[in-house]
Design a protein around this ligand. Structure first.
Ligand SMILES: [Zn+2]
Length: 441
């Protein structure tokens, strides 16, 4: 009876919530109050695929859903990104019959890293993808090692892990487990010989703390690492990006599957690779995957083009408090050939909670903007002066960057210029700019 009541209330709550434009957490929260173990009482699909990690969860989950559906599978997933236990409960119960059966081939769950253990207390994924662990939202999450400790109890012994072989920290989840599949990227032209960036999180082995060395680095601390003391090193991969040309936008998977990239970022490559590995584990053929992900434009719009006055622009949405997301976008700008201007906006540090903590700005490798084709950098938003302080410690000469805290004025001033305009900011601050520009896609 309680199961029935919890499902009914959740469905009604979601229906009313949708009419009122409310988020998807509340109905699940109420259902959990009525029946705290509701998730152990429902009958779930044969495949339960979970995705967590610091970066790339939403994009990876979106692509997995698109691939599985193209393969004819029915998929239920948290499209709106409500990824804590309340949102996961809403997702499951609204797709369940009143007797508690979720009718789908695959239940696909994007899970918040820190809350994964709560979400998977009463059921566990059949496959669990962990994309990576990076410095992210320090005030909320603490250091990546703390996030590692938070995820660990979420991993049921029967769950198969699908891990990033190139990340020295999240690869440690494989310790003591048999059912592990690895995805990774082979050596490619855009690699570095040693880790770059403002800090080096791959300097020491996460297991024995001895120094680590790299045969090659894809970005930051992601690459072919090897501990100088213990056996921790990049493992042999099961699903491999065997060739990557970021200039022409081509990616080859397992030596034979060609993908054309809609967005030439190494970041996007790893999301594709994670989605490829997960879908192959669910029995999808490489051909179907290639058809879906080639030229795939993400709905969540991390990259958008726009027009501002006479100028063409590209919006590169990063996550504030996440230096690697910034670094990969700055690397994209630095790799372009044509002259450009860059607008960086930090107006609110987080859209989820209030913090004015800006230490993460010091973790970002802004030196990449010293590239000669970057003609001008404008710093804007409430934290423009914090950005300016950070920029005074970069390799950029003072005349190359300036401060305009008012976002409207910054947009107006830049609209008169020529050459591509890149805007680097986060989702909530992006919306403050979008009213001034004409969106193209
Ligand atoms: Zn070691």
């Amino acid at each position: 009876m309680r199961t029935f009541l919890a499902i009914l209330i959740c469905k009604l709550g979601r229906f009313v919530g949708k009419l009122m434009g409310k988020g998807s957490s509340m109905p699940g929260k109420v259902a959990l109050k009525i029946c705290p173990d509701i998730l152990s009482r429902v009958q779930l699909p044969p495949h339960i695929l979970a995705v967590t990690g610091s970066n790339g969860k939403t994009s990876t989950v979106e692509m997995i859903a698109a691939i599985l559906r193209a393969d004819g599978k029915t998929v239920v997933y948290n499209e709106e990104g409500s990824n804590q236990i309340e949102g996961v409960t809403t997702l499951i119960l609204t797709h369940a019959t009143l007797s508690g059966r979720v009718k789908a081939d695959v239940l696909l769950i994007e899970s918040d890293e820190r809350y994964a253990a709560r979400s998977f207390k009463f059921f566990h994924p059949t496959e669990f993808v962990i994309t990576n662990l990076y410095r992210d939202q320090l005030t909320r999450n603490g250091h990546p090692e703390s996030v590692y400790d938070a995820i660990l109890p979420a991993l049921h012994p029967d769950t198969e892990l699908i891990l990033n072989a190139d990340d020295p920290l999240s690869s440690c989840f494989a310790q003591g487990r048999k059912a592990v599949k690895w995805f990774g990227l082979d050596h490619c032209a855009s690699d570095l010989s040693a880790p770059g960036g403002a800090y080096h999180d791959g300097a020491y082995c996460p297991i024995c703390h001895a120094p680590m060395v790299y045969d090659y680095v894809h970005y930051n601390h992601i690459g072919a690492y090897r501990c100088t003391q213990c056996s921790h090193q990049k493992p042999q991969t099961d699903y491999t990006a065997t060739a990557l040309d970021l200039e022409s936008g081509t990616l080859t998977l397992d030596g034979e599957t060609e993908i054309s990239l809609a967005f030439c970022s190494i970041y996007h490559v790893y999301n594709i690779l994670a989605a490829y590995a997960a879908c192959r584990e669910c029995g999808v053929s490489p051909q179907v995957i290639a058809q879906v992900v080639s030229h795939y434009i993400l709905k969540n719009g991390r990259m958008q083009t726009f027009t501002l006055g006479s100028r063409h622009g590209t919006l590169l949405t990063s996550k504030h408090e996440n230096s690697i997301a910034y670094d990969t976008n700055l690397r994209y700008i630095a790799s372009r050939k044509e002259d450009c201007a860059v607008l960086i906006i930090v107006d609110a540090v987080s859209r989820k909670y209030f913090t004015s903590e800006t230490s993460w700005l010091w973790d970002i490798d802004f030196d990449q903007l010293a590239a000669p084709q970057v003609k001008e950098v404008v710093l804007s938003g409430q934290y423009a002066n914090d950005l300016a302080e950070r920029f005074s410690f970069t390799a950029l000469p003072e005349g190359k960057w300036r401060v305009q805290p008012d976002i409207s004025k910054a947009a107006q001033e830049l609209s008169a210029g020529s050459g591509e305009l890149y805007v680097v900011t986060c989702f909530s601050d992006r919306d403050k700019l979008l009213s001034h520009v004409q969106k193209e896609a």
